[in-house]
Design a protein. Structure first.
Length: 387
């Protein structure tokens, strides 16, 4: 009788063996991927968890909020001991615990004030786990300026939506906004600075189940983009958890939308946020020969003016960075109105100011303009800011 030797079965598969078994999967592409996740709440938790499980190599997480008790029923990465800690830092630490090979870094700051556009350019894909229109509009414009796709997600109780945008080739977030959306956004923008802050602090009803479904769908789209596959770009998927009447939709480019011209060229400058505006101007002149203006990509409050007593004070900060004491007039107590800085010309009295001193974050991109020529200039010297 012949006795057959038993086949040796290796029960110790390496970490990503089941992923590598997928015919089209390339774990090396996942390992080298650079993903920017904006928002580390319930939805962001699910996105970050899945990216870590899949073995994404480089992750940058943005959120300005701290963990509260109410987050613990909806956020898989947070524990009771984390209350009071920053969401972004805690989520980054949890991602490293899930997958020690991930380079997960946080920005514990405000998207509109603290995240230089160089971070968007650094990323291959941007994921939005946001809860308001203003943040989505900023994310959309930032991605359009640097030519990066982004996957937007939103949840509402048992339902949610996933949408992908890659302007100028596809419809973008602004293309999907209705007149009602714009009216609500413009109403908020027309509010006083204190009223804006109150609106931003309102919570929205969510469940961990909807976050789990929508976050997973978002990461699916990220994986498709990384692998060069057809993804949900210029399209959306609506999940209706109550009746399961889910459906997909296609979005058309709005011919009046400003984000569908080819993105301007961007060059790196060996300057830091501690370089002066004058040094930035000289670098811009070397690139363009002459410069009419340097345009900013975010709203900076140049001055505050009191409507009651007429007193003005120079602040040079993003509106989100102003304290309530600064917003109120020191002389009469009235709420001041902002005067915004959008562009800098060579007659400006800001030339001796450092880039950081006019309210711009590290790793920012600005646009030098001469006639019809526009060139993006990335302040790339702050290497520790790259994530």
């Amino acid at each position: 009788m012949t006795i057959c030797s038993p086949e040796i079965i290796n029960l110790n598969e390496e970490r990503f063996a089941r992923l590598r078994a997928i015919e089209w999967w390339d774990q090396e592409k996942v390992r080298t991927a650079r993903i920017l996740v904006i928002g580390a709440g319930a939805l962001g938790n699910e996105v970050i968890k899945n990216l870590a499980l899949l073995g994404v190599g480089h992750l940058l997480i943005v959120d300005m909020d701290r963990i509260e008790a109410s987050n613990l029923s909806r956020s898989v990465l947070f524990r009771e001991k984390d209350e009071g800690q920053f969401k972004a830092s805690t989520a980054a630490r949890a991602a490293r615990e899930i997958y020690p090979g991930i380079d997960a870094r946080p920005i514990d700051g405000n998207l509109l004030a603290d995240v230089g556009l160089g971070h968007f350019r650094w990323a291959q894909v941007v994921v939005g786990a946001l809860d308001n229109r203003e943040a989505r509009v900023f994310t959309n414009s930032s991605c359009a300026r640097v030519g990066r796709p982004w996957i937007d997600g939103g949840i509402d109780v048992l339902s949610g939506i996933v949408r992908g945008f890659a302007p100028p080739q596809t419809a973008c977030y602004e293309c999907t906004m209705s007149k009602v959306d714009w009216d609500l956004l413009n109403k908020r923008r027309s509010c006083s600075l204190l009223a804006r802050r109150a609106i931003a602090q309102r919570g929205t009803p969510t469940t961990p189940t909807a976050a789990s479904i929508i976050g997973a769908c978002q990461v699916n789209e990220v994986m498709k983009i990384i692998h060069g596959m057809d993804a949900l770009l210029g399209r959306g998927f609506v999940f209706e958890g109550l009746g399961h009447n889910s459906y997909s939709s296609n979005y058309q480019i709005n011919p009046d939308c400003p984000w569908h011209d080819p993105a301007s060229e961007i060059e790196d400058l060996d300057l830091t946020s501690q370089s002066t505006i004058g040094e930035l101007w000289k670098q811009a002149e070397k690139k363009l020969g002459a410069v009419e203006a340097i345009d900013l990509a975010r709203e900076i409050v140049h001055k505050l003016e009191c409507p009651s007593c007429g007193k003005k004070q120079t602040v040079l900060k993003a509106a989100e960075k102003l304290s309530e004491d600064q917003i109120k007039c020191a002389s009469c107590g009235s709420e001041c109105s902002p005067l915004f800085l959008h562009s800098i010309t060579n007659e400006s009295d800001l030339m001796n100011k450092k880039i950081a001193e006019i309210g711009l974050p590290e790793f920012e991109i600005v646009w030098a303009r001469r006639d019809e020529k526009i060139l993006g200039l990335q302040i790339s010297g702050d290497t520790h800011a790259k994530g």
